[in-house]
Write a protein that binds this ligand. Structure first.
Ligand code: R5P
Length: 298
């Protein structure tokens, strides 16, 4: 029931909230924050939401800056009588911290999902970094909707790249690359990557002799420091490959990552619009709207 659903875009989620409302005839809600001099925040929900389904939309990149406002918004909605409150977070933060890598370290993917499960009745996300966690239900205690960008990315490749060879820059990427390659009718190879620190990565290039006349397309779920991509691009260049494309689902691009990747002079950098960025060329708003339309959670 469209007029019973109100969607609020938080932070940069406004564009997606608007697009979902246009597609599904939901009401676009109005919300405002006020920042006090002491940096505390007040939340004002301006749209009537009593007895309605409320959906908040925001990716959780830069999570620490967003968490308080996000959870206060949900609590405000609940206080104002919202019937059900969902979260659409196309990029779900913290998922890479999925084990205790060193003594004393917390497993923040678990804690973050636990916080979301406390404040929201359901959560929708796209290609979360499920590596050691096999399913979202390993960390969430509320129902989740898990979408993949596979078909949209494959369609973009098919339309824009001649004779692509898909390259997964590490073993973890195989789950995404294999599916996208299948959907794009392309071959694929996986690079072996060793990570020494947050910013130091060493890649071993697979034997691509058989693909010298193909166009390499690097595909990964997240581009954060971009070191994984840069290392792989550099190796491909030493093997004589010139026209190289980089595709990431989530354009996290921390600090100077984007500029550093651009400096490698790759032919193009393409991402999905889960996080707003100049590289967004693949729109996932239809996939999200279709999933909402078919979901029993709404
Ligand atoms: C990690 O395993 C992911 O799949 C990505 O390869 C990784 O997050 C990319 O990070 P960065 O851009 O910092 O190398």
């Amino acid at each position: 029931m469209s007029d019973k659903t109100v969607v609020f875009g938080l932070f940069e989620g406004g564009y997606l909230a608007k697009s979902i409302c246009e597609k599904l005839k939901y009401t676009l809600g109005e919300i405002e924050f006020h920042q006090y001099p002491d940096q505390e925040t007040a939340v004002f929900i301006k749209t009537f939401i009593e007895n309605k389904t409320v959906i908040f939309v925001t990716s959780t990149n830069n999570p620490n800056e967003k968490i308080a406002k996000l959870f206060f918004s949900s609590e405000t909605a609940r206080e104002l009588g919202a019937k059900k409150i969902g979260l659409i977070t196309p990029y779900l933060a913290y998922m890479r911290q999925d084990k205790q890598f060193s003594p004393g370290e917390g497993i923040t993917s678990k804690y973050f999902a636990k916080m979301i499960s406390t404040y929201f009745d359901w959560c929708l996300t796209i290609d979360p970094h499920l590596h050691r966690w096999k399913s979202l239900s390993d960390v969430f205690s509320v129902p989740t909707i898990l979408l993949h960008a596979t078909q949209d990315v494959a369609a973009w490749i098919k339309k824009n790249i001649t004779k692509p060879i898909l390259i997964g820059p590490d073993l973890e990427s195989e789950q995404w690359v294999a599916e996208i390659a299948k959907a794009a009718d392309s071959p694929y190879l996986i690079v072996e990557k060793q990570r020494f620190s947050d910013i130091s990565v060493k890649s071993t290039i697979p034997k691509i002799d058989a693909y010298q006349d193909y166009t390499p397309v690097l595909v990964d779920d997240i581009i954060s420091t971009a070191m994984t991509m840069i290392e792989t691009v550099d190796h491909l260049k030493t093997l004589g490959m010139k026209k190289i494309y980089c595709i990431g689902v989530h354009a996290v691009f921390s600090k100077n990552a984007y500029e550093n990747l651009l400096a490698t002079q790759v032919s193009d950098i393409i991402t999905c619009n889960t996080i707003i960025h100049p590289t967004n060329k693949i729109d996932l708003s239809k996939s999200i709207s279709d999933a909402l339309k078919n979901s029993r959670l709404i």
